[in-house]
Design a protein around this ligand. Sequence first.
Ligand code: AMP
Ligand code: FE
Ligand code: FE
Ligand code: ZN
Length: 289
Amino acid sequence: MFADLHLHTNFSDGTYTPEQLAQEAKRCGLKAIALTDHDTVEGCPRMSAACQALGVEFIPASELTAELNDFEIHLLGYFLDTENATLLGELAKFQEVRQRRIREMVQRINEHGIPLQEETVFKLANCRSPGRPHVARALVQEGFCGGLDEAFERFLKKGRPAWVPKFKMFARDAIELVHQAGGLAVLAHPALNRNDDLIPPLVEMGLDGLECYHTKHTPSATENYLQMAKRHHLLVTGGSDCHGLSKGKPLIGTVKLPYQRVELLKNRVIQQAAERGFKLAGSPPQSSS
Ligand code: AMP
Ligand code: FE
Ligand code: FE
Ligand code: ZN
């Protein structure tokens, strides 16, 4: 029994709808999944309904953009109360600056002689949390770039002409935001940060877990983070970071988190709710096997 706790839909930069992604989870035989769209929880209600209809356990979540010591990090918030007013208020700010950033990226692309229109990007993105992949897809759709890789290489990668820095929350605030919404805060794909020195201060700020299993982690990186999680008494998560089709196939289900790890997450979230005097949102996570 396995789980995949890192997935994106078209509510951010994934290409599947929540219903399509739930179908894929069922097809892969996954017992549990989490939806971790960038800086939004808007896809969670539909995903929850689709999963319930298919008998797949669902965890509402989000991947928050944060920073620590000028490094960009991604914090996964799991078991979020998706109606928490403070959370929704902060996410709305993220979404507004993401939309402003798209306009700025398009403007810079225009300054490089490419007449891409911002409406084309917004229409294609059709969500409140647009990002660079939508600009890349628009450049390809309009015939300005031969492929997504070319779009990132020529324009969108850090240091390229249309790269615009992203709004980030301070890590401490992001962890607190997740906790006050009843959730658990997990550092996403730590190997991609190439800076393990960030982990001890995050632990001190209340980090709950480490994403040890990830598509871009080598087996030795996974082993390293499993040991680090043990040393710092952190929970262990993992997921594929599926954004839709990748080289013709979806990544969902290719990173297999043993389901027992989900049980441990649920135990912690119940414990945290009791400690903080929270009412659990919706149906409480059942700690059965
Ligand atoms: P943003 O949040 O707007 O900065 O966009 C980041 C997203 O772009 C990541 O979550 C990936 O989905 C995607 N991405 C980042 N770098 C690349 C790349 N070199 N090629 C394709 N997709 C990328
Ligand atoms: Fe993404
Ligand atoms: Fe990420
Ligand atoms: Zn992701």
